[in-house]
Design a protein around this ligand. Structure first.
Ligand SMILES: [Mn+2]
Length: 230
């Protein structure tokens, strides 16, 4: 399975259009959160409506899996699966081909878990426990977790990074895909792909002024891939 991984698109229309154009070359696209931009004047609910349309178009081209980030808190949360998900993202779970925020799903022998940002670790366990038990019953399958915040991979990590690291160590998925810290893979000693215990952490990073979004192209389950940045 050839997958394009990107993150932190922050309401950049040109980047969504780029993805919609490129997506046909891939079996799936994974996006690790921060679809909206809370620092611009456009109301978040307007942004969310636009992003919904872009994601629906993208899911018509290829399989799509998404998780939310800290910028994606537009509108209200609804309780789905015993834990909260933003309604504008929960709506997308009805779209064919789209693994929306707060899901564990088996796709072509890959277990995909998408973890919402605005959840406690106990709430996140709803989906992570499901992924763990699926992997136990299907040991031939690799497990990919989309979680906006990466584990600690820099000097002075924040509390939410420590929490991400604890989840990673508890569940030890095969791949942990994150965004959030735009310059993380560019920091000395870091890379787009880093090993944390038995888990491969993938962080494409992002450059807000780039003509196309930073992304990783990877083969699953082998994990062979390359990083494309501007
Ligand atoms: Mn973020």
């Amino acid at each position: 399975m050839k997958v394009l991984i990107t993150t932190d698109l922050h309401y950049r229309a040109a980047w969504f259009e780029w993805l919609i154009r490129e997506a046909s070359h891939f079996d799936a696209v994974f996006i690790a959160g921060d679809f909206l931009d809370i620092f611009i004047a456009e109301p978040q609910t307007t942004q969310a409506a636009d992003v919904q349309l872009w994601l629906r178009r993208l899911a018509k081209v290829t399989k799509l899996a998404i998780c939310s980030g800290n910028h994606d808190n537009a509108g209200v949360q609804v309780v789905r699966d015993r834990a909260p998900v933003y309604e504008w993202l929960a709506d997308l779970s009805r779209v064919p081909n789209l693994i929306a925020d707060g899901c564990t799903r088996l796709v072509d022998n890959i277990i995909v878990t998408t973890v919402p940002y605005y959840c406690t670790p106990v709430q996140k366990a709803v989906w992570l426990d499901r992924g763990a038990s699926l992997r136990k019953s299907r040991p031939e399958c690799k497990w990919v977790v989309l979680h906006h915040v990466p584990p600690p991979l820099r000097q002075s990590p924040m509390g939410e990074e420590v929490e991400a690291g604890e989840l990673l160590n508890t569940y030890q998925p095969d791949f942990f895909i994150s965004g959030h810290i735009h310059n993380l893979p560019f920091e000395p000693g870091n890379d787009w792909r880093m090993q944390v215990n038995r888990t491969v952490v993938i962080v494409p990073g992002q450059l807000p002024g780039a003509p196309f979004p930073n992304h990783v192209i990877i083969d699953l389950p082998s994990g062979e891939g390359r990083w494309i940045f501007w």
